[in-house]
Design a protein around this ligand. Sequence first.
Ligand SMILES: CC(C)(COP(=O)(O)OP(=O)(O)OC[C@H]1O[C@@H](n2cnc3c(N)ncnc32)[C@H](O)[C@@H]1OP(=O)(O)O)[C@@H](O)C(=O)NCCC(=O)NCCS
Length: 395
Amino acid sequence: MHVETKPGDFGPPRDEQELAAAADIMMQSYAMAPAAATAWTQRVGRESLRLLREGGHVAGTLVSIPMGQWYGGRDVPIVGVGGVGVSPIHRGQGTATRLMQHLLREARESGAPLSTLYPATQPLYRRVGYEHAGARYEVRVQIPMLDVSERTLTLRPIEAKDEAAITACYQGQAQTRQGWLARGPYVWSRVYVPRDGTATGYLVEGDSGVQGYLYVVRKSLAGWKQELFLSDVVATTPAAARRILAFLGEHRSLGTEAVWYGGADDPLLMLLREQSYSVKLDMHWMVRVLDVAKALEARGWPAGLSGALHLEVQDALLPENHGRFVLEVSDGAARVKRGGEGRLRLDVKALASLYTGFHSAEALRRVGALESDETSVRSAVSLFHGPQPSIRDMF
Ligand SMILES: CC(C)(COP(=O)(O)OP(=O)(O)OC[C@H]1O[C@@H](n2cnc3c(N)ncnc32)[C@H](O)[C@@H]1OP(=O)(O)O)[C@@H](O)C(=O)NCCC(=O)NCCS
C-alpha cells in the first residue's frame, strides 16, 4: 500500500484526544498498564511527543529528546529518540519508516548534528541512516565481596541544595567518557525516578567538598534478599570510589549484587580485589549523522594530532549530506570544507560508527562499509581513535 504523508501530518499532539491516542499506542506497543502509559506521556511532556497521522488517525508516535553527547571532551547536541511505537492495526505498512523520516528532517532543521537511539529492531533504523555507534553494558558486582574499610569520607542523604554539585560531578566524569550523555531534564528525571522505583540519593563529602554520589533503588528478591540498582554512581576521587564501594558492601547481610550501567571499562572495577563481577552487553546504541560538516566540527579531537581526510559521503535521505568534504584536524579542533578528492568513500551509516570511534576505518573497510586508499585509511584510524563509546542512561 502506498501512503504519502505531508509535513502537517507530523507533529506534537494537537489536543487531549491525540494525547490519549499516543498513550494508547504506548500501552499496546510496550505492554504497559493504561495508567502507566498515561503517566509516561505526562512525564515526557506533550512538547516532546511526535505523532504521525495517517488516514485521519494517529498511527504512530515517538519521543524526541534534545540533549547532548560528549565526544572528544565536547558536548555535541543530539536528538535522542525513544518510545517509537506504531498502532498494531497500522503495522507493516511503512508507518514507522515515515515517522522516522519526518523526525530526521525536523531534527536536522533544529540544528542538532546527530540523533541517537536504542533500537528494538535494527532494519527500521538502518533504513533511515542509523548505525551501531556505541554500547551500553550491565555491570553486576557481588556485594559480599566488597571491602568495607574505607571511612575517611562522610556519606549522607542527598538534599535539594546538592543539585548543582551533583550535576557538576556527573559532568566532570561524563565529559571524559566518549558518548556519555550531556543530560537534559528528562534523563535526569530517570536517574531520580527510574522505571521501577524511586531512587534514594547519597552524597560523599570530604574536606574539599562533594566528591561523589550514588542513586540507589533497592529491589527485593526471594528470601528477604535484595539487589541494589544504581541509576547513577559517580566518584571524582579514589577515596570517594572506595567509600561508595564500602557503602554498597554495608548492604551485605541481605544484599546480593549491585547493578549499574555504562562502559565495559568502568574504572570502579579496578578497585575490586577479585573479579567478583560480571560485565554484559545490554545493547548497542545507534547514531544518525544529521549534518556531516557540523558533526565533525562540533566534536573534540585528540590534542597534538593533525591531519586531513578527503571524504565522500552517500546519504539518500538527507541530500545536504551527500557529496565530498575535506576534514582538517589540528589543535584538538576540526574544520570542514565542501569538495576535495573523495578518497575515503562511505555511506552516512558507516560514518556514524567511524565518528564515535566505535569501529575503526580499517574494520569498516573489512566489512565492506568503506572504500579507501591505504594512506587515507591509516589517517582515519588515527584521527578517529579514542576510548570505546558507551552510555550509562536508557532513554
Ligand atoms: C517496530 C515497529 C515500530 C515497526 O512499525 P511499522 O510501521 O510496522 O514498521 P515499518 O512498516 O515502517 O517497517 C520498517 C521495518 O521495521 C522492521 N519491523 C517492522 N515491524 C517489525 C516487528 N514487528 N518486529 C521487528 N521488526 C519489525 C522491518 O525490518 C521493517 O522493514 P521490512 O518490512 O522491509 O522488513 C512496530 O512494530 C511497533 O510499534 N512495535 C512495538 C514497539 C517497538 O518495538 N518499538 C521499537 C522500539 S525501538
